[in-house]
Every structure is written in structure tokens, then in C-alpha cells.
Ligand binder design. Structure first.
Ligand SMILES: [Zn+2]
Ligand SMILES: [Zn+2]
Length: 334
């Protein structure tokens, strides 16, 4: 086995249903070794859903995965992105440049991609959010200094040719896919549903393994929006889920319930911490919510999640923010 294959996965393609291929594309992230793009047969070409991240060699991985299922870049007639995170949208510009295809994506991407072409501004925004949630300044700045040269994963920000909103239909050989807004994980997240085959392309909204993440700072209540988006997907009655990471899975109802239960468990714990220790900053409340597990989760993840939980408790009238202007947020029982 060569150095590269041991270190990193390679792009792989596999047919999961007639006219549906899973393209498994490598990611440079610890604990998340790959993400999925989905190729859907459509006449003499394909609709590609999601793109993989942009990094040196990433287009070769996509080409490799397509080649394994006898497809080529030139077959891509339409590119659809479930949301604007780098692992789902990062190669959009490169794919559009190479094929001339259209890009369809939900329009609530502008705020979240405002800093994608400007890593320094992106770092500043993260620092601002972290300080506001009570992260101590010195270790935060040291951490951000280390990460400031990280690959942002997006080739170039390009606008969609068509806003991917409810009512838009994606035509494929399997039938028509409808668009369902599912914000929470990201403000512009959508799922695609094919009712005849009861197939759901779920992006990162629903994964085979419960893994919560909320983009904070763009919408009023990301955790609440995520809970509502679970209801939306539950109402579709899908039979098979084609998720943004990992294998397909069929027991959607159990997955929806597990996600919902975990959000409520975190919210209940956060409320308990506020009751016992408030007024308290989201960052300081995290150990009480996550316990020992906190040592195994990157701080950026649990900080943003804690902000989302406190915000949801605030929006639903259970806690209130009592911080002075210019101070980190602090919450006590309402
Ligand atoms: Zn995502
Ligand atoms: Zn993802």
C-alpha cells in the first residue's frame, strides 16, 4: 500500500440503485474521512448533488470516483448543492468551470459565504463569536493563529443560477425530486425527496450516526430551526436515506427520533446548568452539558452548539441574557 492510500482515502464510486451512484470523496478532517456526492441519471447525462471539498488534487478524486461507475465530468448537466459547507459546495466553481453546467442552491448562502474568499475575516468572525460566548481570549487567539492557514475548502464563491426553493423540481430518470428547506445545520440547507421511490437526499441534516452541528450567527434560532426541519423530513415518509456522509440507511424514523432526543437532552442539561450556576456564559456551561466527552470534541464544535442551545432556551422564554454591553453573554433563568 502506498503512502498516500494509507494516509488518505481515495475517491470511490458505487451504484446504490439503478440510476443512483454514491461518489465517496475524501476529506482532510480527523474523524470525518469522507463525504458523499450523489450522481443521478438524467437522460444522456447526470445530475450531481454536492461536490466534495476543494483542495489540491480534489478534482482528480471526483473524476476517479465518477470513472469507477463509468461516468465522466462531461456527463454533469446540472449541479445541485444541499448546502454551502465546503465539503458539499467546495468544488462547485471548478465543476461549473469544467462542464458549463448550471448550479442550483438555496439562496440563504450569502451571509455564510461572505468570508469564504477572505480567511482572515473568517477567523475574525469566529473569534468574535467565541469571545461573545465566553471563550477565554489568550488560548482562543493561539488556537486561531495555528489554524489561520487552514485550507478554507472552497475553490471560489459562485452564485447559483437558480435558487433552490420549494416548488423547484429536479428531473432525473428515477423521477422528479422535490425541494424541502431544512435549515439548522446550515442556514441554506435543503433536502431532496423522490416520492415514487421514497428516497431522501439528506445532506448533513440527517446522517447515519447522530452528529449535531449548527451554524450560529446567521439566523435567530438554529437549534429550533433544526428541530422544525426534523418534523419536515418526518412528514415525507422516506424509505431510504442518501446522506452527506456514510452509507445509505433505511430506518429514517429512528434516526429522526434519535436526533430530536439528543437535542432535547442537551437543552434540558443546559437549562439545568443555568438553574444551578447562572448567570453563566455558554462556554462555561459546556462541561455541565457534555461532561467528560468534551475532551474528545473540538472546542469550536461544542462552543457553537452551546450558543445554539442557549439561544433556543432564550427564544423559547426559558433563560434570559443578563450580560452588560461589551461583556460575554451570560444567561440566567427567565
Ligand atoms: Zn454541513
Ligand atoms: Zn458535510
Amino acid at each position: 500500500m502506498s503512502q498516500t492510500t494509507r494516509k488518505r482515502e481515495l475517491g470511490r464510486g458505487e451504484r446504490v440503485l439503478p440510476g443512483v451512484w454514491r461518489l465517496r470523496l475524501p476529506l482532510p478532517w480527523p474523524g470525518v474521512p469522507h463525504g458523499n456526492a450523489w450522481a443521478l441519471a438524467a437522460g444522456d447525462g447526470i445530475v450531481l448533488v454536492d461536490t466534495g471539498i476543494h483542495e489540491p488534487g480534489s478534482m482528480d478524486q471526483l473524476v476517479r470516483a465518477l470513472d469507477q461507475v463509468n461516468l465522466k465530468l462531461e456527463h454533469i448537466k446540472l449541479l445541485v448543492c444541499t448546502h454551502a459547507h465546503s465539503d458539499h459546495y467546495g468544488q462547485a466553481a471548478s465543476i461549473v468551470d469544467a462542464t458549463g453546467c448550471e448550479l442550483w442552491m438555496h439562496p440563504n448562502y450569502e451571509e455564510m459565504l461572505k468570508h469564504a474568499d477572505d480567511p482572515e475575516a473568517a477567523v475574525s468572525r469566529r473569534i468574535e463569536i467565541a469571545l461573545q460566548s465566553g471563550v477565554p481570549e489568550a488560548p482562543l487567539r493561539a488556537f486561531m493563529e495555528q489554524r489561520k492557514n487552514d485550507n478554507p475548502g472552497i475553490a471560489r464563491v459562485i452564485a447559483p443560477d437558480r435558487p433552490l426553493l420549494p416548488g423547484v423540481e429536479v428531473e432525473t430518470d428515477l423521477g422528479t425530486w422535490s425541494v424541502h428547506e431544512t435549515p439548522g445545520h446550515a442556514p441554506n440547507h435543503v433536502c431532496l425527496y423522490q416520492p415514487d421511490h421514497r428516497l431522501l437526499i439528506s445532506g448533513d441534516h440527517l446522517l447515519g450516526r447522530v452528529s449535531l452541528y449548527f451554524d450560529v450567527g446567521y439566523t435567530p434560532d438554529p437549534a429550533g430551526e433544526f428541530l422544525h426541519s426534523l418534523d419536515v423530513v418526518e412528514g415525507l415518509d422516506a424509505r431510504l436515506c442518501l446522506a452527506g456522509h456514510g452509507r445509505t440507511f433505511s430506518d429514517l424514523q429512528a434516526h429522526i427520533e434519535a436526533n430530536r432526543a439528543l437535542v432535547h437532552e442537551r437543552l434540558d442539561k443546559a437549562l439545568e446548568v443555568v438553574r444551578e450556576k447562572g448567570p453563566i456564559a455558554p462556554f462555561d456551561a459546556a462541561p455541565g452539558v457534555y461532561g467528560d466527552a468534551i475532551r474528545h470534541i473540538p472546542p469550536y464544535w461544542w462552543t457553537t452548539k452551546m450558543i445554539a442551545y442557549m439561544r433556543h432556551l432564550e427564544v423559547t422564554g426559558r433563560v434570559r441574557n443578563v450580560s452588560e454591553p461589551g461583556e460575554p453573554d451570560k444567561f440566567e433563568l427567565a
